[in-house]
Design a protein around this ligand. Structure first.
Ligand code: DGJ
Length: 510
């Protein structure tokens, strides 16, 4: 069998997802929740809609209910059909295991699980009682999920181990408890009064009951620990069958910042230490970013031991510029706008306001009506440049306009400094963001959207500098293909416009 995808440092010391022995840089999109529940729908609606977008990686749900309709009877025909369709198109897949928990509810469990609330008992709210969410303390439920997930992974090993269409798996989806800060079921009540586990006591240098150890934060940490332990069990079962990299995604902590108003116990940045202790088999934790602070959220998650993976990002045109920052600054593993299968719909934006309010998602972040014309050139440019970018990964950097007040930044290079300026934000257009690198012979490469660059001497320099040559251009299979050479009236046009573009220039001292 070929070496399986794995997470490790690349030749530049950057922790990466390695696929076919090379760092992965997935130009991806995540499908809407229901799209992959029908292979006929996938063939008729989804794959044709993805074609013009130029993705190479698709994130799609595999629901437990579709796979184990009766306890112990597994049906992989849908999985096989969807994988076959992806293979025919040369797409790589990241599977999203919609098992016990999807957005804090247990709606993707099979009917035989949903109906047996005695065996698979539900978590309870503090004041209002029953929920649609199975308690993470319900061992039978966690074991049943782990068995099913193990069977899925074993099936993938047998049927996809050679082709490796599937490169990674997300375990559950936006896990956590909504509505109360913790589970108030009788079992959870008893567990909450007991002493905290040894591992937490040793790591946080504390002890006693949950409340004694963690005060006000106790309910959230309690949920994080129990979800992490459940996910650890499920992940171990999956990896024992087929050892693909696995991650857990997060619904972010946001206004109003009370656990339970966002899923309590999910892997938000503050809970990551608890998750790492409770679920050591999980390779990384990933943010779903619908908030406007893209850079701040990336910074919270990107760490030496947690390479940045973006399984869900906003759908409005800023997604076409944010992608340059994600790859340039953070060397992201992959970047995936959500609901990518409707980006080519040329309909007016009619937001499902009730759903978006329930999920606490900014309504504008979901507006993909005008995004495809910007996203397609961004993905094309990055796809064609990718071999070059990967070879120069150590030099690659990124910048981004962080808010409406942000006018620009000064980049520091060896040969000069570079003043990068941003225009005002404009609704319906990408934001300002780019990827850049300093190459040999005082040459610079920039790509992205909506910024301009002015090279200036270093502050202690004694000589002026000038741009000696400016080329616009693009890449073809990793090779630079120069377009116009801009030496006359256009020589100061070191800029990228609304649609992603790329330029290269060489400076000299004068
Ligand atoms: C985040 C979830 O993870 C997705 O599955 C989806 O529900 C989107 N929110 C909103 O549609």
């Amino acid at each position: 069998m070929r070496t399986l995808p794995y997470i490790a440092e690349d030749a530049h010391g950057i922790r990466s997802l390695m696929v076919d022995g090379r760092p992965y840089m997935g130009l991806a999109g995540e499908l809407k929740n229901s799209s992959s529940s029908s292979s006929e729908w996938m063939a008729r609606k989804v794959w044709p809609a993805l074609e013009p977008l130029g993705l190479d990686t698709v994130l799609l749900p595999i629901a437990w209910e579709m796979m184990e309709p009766e306890e112990g009877r597994f049906d992989f025909s849908l999985v096989d059909a969807v994988l076959g369709q992806a293979r025919e198109r040369g797409a790589r897949l990241v599977l999203l295991w919609f098992g016990l928990w999807k957005n804090a509810e247990s709606m993707y469990t099979p009917l035989w699980v949903k109906r047996d609330t005695g065996r698979f008992w539900l978590a309870r709210h503090r004041f209002s009682g029953a929920t649609l969410s199975i308690s993470p303390l319900c061992r039978e439920a966690v074991q049943a999920d782990a068995r099913a997930f193990g069977r899925l992974m074993a099936h993938l090993r047998e049927t996809d181990g050679t082709a490796q269409t599937v490169i990674m798996v997300q375990v559950e989806n936006e896990i956590g408890f909504l509505g109360s800060e913790r589970d108030f079921s009788p079992a959870a009540e008893a567990a909450f009064l007991s002493d905290i586990p040894e591992a937490l006591a040793a790591f946080f240098h504390t002890g006693g009951s949950w409340s004694q150890a963690f005060g006000e934060d106790a309910p959230e940490i309690f949920m994080a620990w129990h979800y992490a332990q459940a996910v650890e069990h499920i992940t171990q079962a999956g990896k024992a069958a087929y050892n693909l990299p696995m991650y857990v995604n997060a619904w972010l902590e946001q206004h109003p910042c009370r656990p339970g108003r966002y899923p309590s116990g999910g892997p938000i940045a503050r809970m990551m230490p608890v998750w790492k202790l409770g679920a050591p088999s999980v390779d990384l934790f990933a943010p779903d970013i619908y908030v406007s602070d893209f850079a701040g959220t990336c910074a919270e998650y990107a760490a030496a031991d947690n390479p940045l993976l973006l399984p869900e990002v906003r759908r409005d045109p800023v997604t076409a510029s944010n992608v340059f920052y994600a790859f340039g600054h953070h060397k992201a593993i992959l970047y995936a706008p959500f609901g990518i299968d409707e980006f080519m719909d040329h309909q007016e934006y009619q937001p499902n306001t009730a759903l978006l309010n329930h999920l606490n998602i900014d309504i504008e972040s979901f507006n993909c009506a005008g995004t495809a014309p910007y996203l397609i050139p961004s993905y094309r440019l990055l796809r064609e440049a990718r071999p070059f970018l990967l070879a120069h990964r150590g030099q690659m950097q990124g910048f981004i306009k962080k808010s409406g007040h942000d006018r620009g930044c000064v980049l520091s290079a060896q040969a000069c400094d570079l003043i990068v300026s941003y225009p005002d934000e404009e609704r319906g257009k990408p934001g300002s963001a780019g990827l850049w690198m300093e190459l040999e012979n005082d040459t610079f490469l920039f790509m992205g959207c909506r910024f301009w660059v002015e090279p200036v001497p270093k502050r202690n320099a004694r000589r002026q500098i000038a741009v000696l040559r400016l080329e616009e251009g693009r890449f073809e299979q990793g090779e630079w293909v120069a377009g116009r050479v801009l030496n006359g009236d256009e020589k100061d046009l070191l800029r990228c416009g609304d649609t992603a573009s790329c330029f290269k220039f060489t400076i000299g001292q004068v």
